[in-house]
Design a protein around this ligand. Structure first.
Ligand code: FE2
Length: 240
């Protein structure tokens, strides 16, 4: 019998493999979302020890990565976040993503990048940054979509290339875990098909429109790193 996770993976292969022929829309993602919403940590057979509430010691990873699928079409993985830890603010260039919480709760802080031609960066901000760093610093105007708490009873969150593409995921009240489906995957290597993951921080500035925020790229924060445990859940269906 096909389990909800296996059905979700089948839906993902179906919708993302036709991407070049037909654009992915929220309608075309509905089957994948429905199946993903039924996936549980029990089905994925995640070791309960990995999900125990504990504050990591200095030498312990703040985040555990469970690799499920990494291929040219998509990546599927589980991230386990320890209490008070986060996936720093990051983007998903040209990518779709579906995030389903399967344990605990996370707060997701989300931004949608804005067109800098329509939302120019205030000159004072650019000048202040140039003075501080001794060179021009690119600034990315973004629409702050708000903070949303997601638990394992909530439906999955969806991001797309042009909507809610930048987010930070924080576990505030104990260990939390979520299943992440990304397509196409990040790609740091290929020149033609390059999708590196960039990290950001928000620059505080008084603004007439409080939801317009300004982001700058930063190095991967050193406090963020992952250890890895194996996946023991259902076998993945092969692409049709
Ligand atoms: Fe993400």
């Amino acid at each position: 019998m096909t389990s909800p996770f296996q059905k979700a993976v089948e839906s993902a292969f179906k919708v993302f493999s036709r991407r070049n022929g037909a654009s992915v829309t929220s309608d075309s993602l509905s089957e994948l979302r429905t199946n993903l919403n039924k996936v549980t940590k029990d089905e994925l057979r995640i070791d309960p020890h990995v999900l125990e509430d504990k504050i990591p010691k200095e030498h312990e990873a703040p985040v555990t990565y469970i690799r499920i699928l990494e291929d040219k079409l998509m990546t599927i993985a589980v991230f386990v976040l320890r209490q008070g830890k986060s996936l720093p603010l990051h983007d998903h260039p040209g990518m779709f993503g579906l995030l389903k919480v399967i344990h605990g709760s996370v707060t997701i802080k989300t931004y949608t990048p804005l067109d800098p031609n329509k939302y120019p960066v205030p000159a004072t901000l650019s000048e202040t940054l140039a003075d501080k760093y001794g060179r021009n610093i690119p600034v990315y105007p973004s629409w702050y979509e708000g903070d949303k708490v997601c638990t394992e009873t909530d439906d999955c969150c969806v991001i797309s290339p042009n909507n809610k593409n930048v987010h930070e995921i924080i576990s505030e009240s104990g260990t939390a875990a979520f299943l992440d489906v990304l397509s196409p995957p990040y790609n740091h290597k290929s020149m033609e098909d390059c999708r590196p993951c960039s990290y950001y921080k928000e620059i505080s500035i008084d603004s007439k429109e409080p939801n317009i925020r300004y982001l700058v790229k930063i190095k991967s924060p050193p406090e963020y790193w992952c250890d890895e445990v194996d996946y023991y859940g259902p076998q993945l269906p092969l692409p049709s």
